[in-house]
Design a protein around this ligand. Structure first.
Ligand SMILES: C[S@@+](CC[C@H](N)C(=O)[O-])C[C@H]1O[C@@H](n2cnc3c(N)ncnc32)[C@H](O)[C@@H]1O
Length: 213
């Protein structure tokens, strides 16, 4: 098993959205539309989509309110090309090439929301905490952090055979990710007001929380 699979390249990166639809037997569009409609997006928001991929999520977010700007940050060559193409038609999207493993090139207290979908689990634990502290720094007081990733309530020892196979096919870090209590980790950084929504039979969770006012 690979340690991480979030650095997607080549064919997989070029056809990422189709592959997601395929491996979820067509459920992905329903899931992502529903999750994004649940985000607390408001008019004029400045949002960071961290590890934005093809820009599919950012495009959906851009339809949720008026005059919003979404900084679509990624390191993948194929993804940055797709983001550049989408941003020509959708002026809400602002592609930026930068790594989440370094200090983010943004001012403190500047974003209304940071959003991250299926990226955090693929980092080493210390890197995850670094990223989350950076999100806290760049968010305005009261700003939202919205995370879509595997649900840490899954106990792989007690899980069904299907879930075990799913995690076996994912990267090692995905199985390690769910051994942490993410509400506790986020609370230690200063996030509060946790709200959740669940998908894929509670295997995937949308977490919405806020920076202290
Ligand atoms: C599994 S994909 C998810 C893409 C997108 N968030 C989605 O849900 O469709 C992981 C994404 O994280 C990006 N990524 C991986 N490591 C990164 C890093 N160090 N900095 C920024 N982006 C990174 C990849 O290029 C890829 O776009």
């Amino acid at each position: 098993m690979a340690r991480t699979k979030i650095e997607v390249k080549g064919f997989e990166a070029r056809f990422y959205d189709y592959l997601m639809n395929l491996i979820t037997l067509g459920y992905y569009p329903y899931f992502i539309n529903s999750a994004i409609k649940s985000l607390p997006v408001k008019d004029n928001f400045l949002i960071l989509d961290a590890g934005a991929g093809t820009g599919r999520n950012a495009s959906l977010i851009s339809k949720q309110a008026e005059d919003i700007k979404i900084v679509c940050m990624d390191i993948g060559k194929e993804f940055l090309k797709q983001l550049a193409k989408k941003s020509e038609k959708n002026k809400s999207l602002l592609p930026v090439k930068a790594s989440l493993k370094s200090f983010l090139p943004f001012r403190a207290n500047s974003f209304d929301m940071t959003f991250m979908c299926f990226v955090l689990h693929g980092f080493e634990h210390e890197e995850r905490l670094f990223v989350l502290k950076e999100f806290y720094r760049i968010l305005k007081p009261g700003g939202y952090f919205c995370l879509i990733d595997y649900n840490d309530e899954i106990n792989l020892k007690k899980a069904s055979i299907i879930t075990k196979i799913g995690f076996y096919l994912e990267c090692d870090l995905a199985s390690e990710f769910i051994t942490h209590n993410w509400e506790k980790e986020l609370s230690k950084i200063g996030f509060k007001n946790f709200n959740y929504k669940f998908y894929f039979g509670k295997k995937v969770r949308l977490t919405i929380c806020q920076k202290e006012d």
